[in-house]
Write a protein that binds this ligand. Sequence first.
Ligand code: 5GP
Ligand code: MN
Length: 362
Amino acid sequence: MTQTSTAGALFLLPEIESAIRSAILPAERILCVSHVSPDGDAIGSLLGMGWILGHLNKQPTLALADKPSADFAYIPGFDQIVGASAVADTYDLIICLDASSADRMGSVYRPALHGQTLLLVIDHHITNTNFGTLNWVAPGCAAVCQMLVYLADALGAPIEGGLAVALLTGLITDTLGLRTSNTDAHVLQAAMRLTEGGATIHEIVARTIQSRSFAGMRLWGAILSEAKLQERVIWATISQAQRKRAGAEEKEGEGLSGFLVSAKEADISATFTERFNSAGERVVECSFRAKPGFDVSQVALSLGGGGHPPAAGCTLAGPLEDVAAQVSNALKDARRSQLAARQAMAANAAHQNAAHQNAAHG
Ligand code: 5GP
Ligand code: MN
């Protein structure tokens, strides 16, 4: 049984659909790109877009500034992903997936060469800066891969085979296995379509969110013993020295902020990871998570990053300990003001309720 999704009409409005169609159909040379430090939704949506365009007899270049983890090599088409050095100077169309701002494309996108090219942005971050010529931004979708289910339907690409595996990967990883607060009926309907198309939830879960290396676990052990908790904000720093001692590679030990926020005593979590960027400079990658009712996207945005209310991040220059001290203070401030705003709203509602009752009995 296959059926098209009714949510497509909700998230892919007719005018956007027709603008996307007009951008894609005449384009011959197409570059698809997703964000630096690519996660499951970045890789899944990039490969998914490749499959959708392939159905239209297009042969896009699929590029990522950072090498994707080999953990995702099970997705058909994975070997076609190229690095920035294989990206040409001219294209008819550039499609940017899962990136909230232009800098997130990293070295793949060179403004001097690509700045005049039609840029189609497909994203679900509430903090998206609408940096494309044409922007399809749907914060109501849990993953860009969910949006591509609707686009595949609109463009008549059958949701099966490699396309189903690619799109279910992003949907599973961005929702932590269909468990985040934005996992609504539309997400489950999209997951059902992808499962009907032959992709398997438990296999993708086992290859992504349920798969860790021993070195990554040892790194977590070292870091967790030094985690800090103040004012229901929990945070930890991950230095290059700790990574070396645990024998953990660059990407091992990711996802710790998602674990930290599960502490009963915390509403907001952060990890601060020391890394070297492509220019060889020492930077600190900040990753934030919030329990439902709290929002870390605005703090991330104010620090030059972005994300979603429950999961956001930014990258800052500076010594690890200084960044951790400053940003954890900013998170404590944000939590305090969000709490105060909520309490003020509750007090206002209680006041109005009392006024209503008085009027009714008066
Ligand atoms: P994570 O903590 O898993 O790395 O990222 C959580 C969310 O924040 C993702 O949606 C990701 O796109 C966003 N994010 C993380 N780091 C950055 C950053 O440096 N800049 C921007 N714009 N967004 C980020
Ligand atoms: Mn995403």
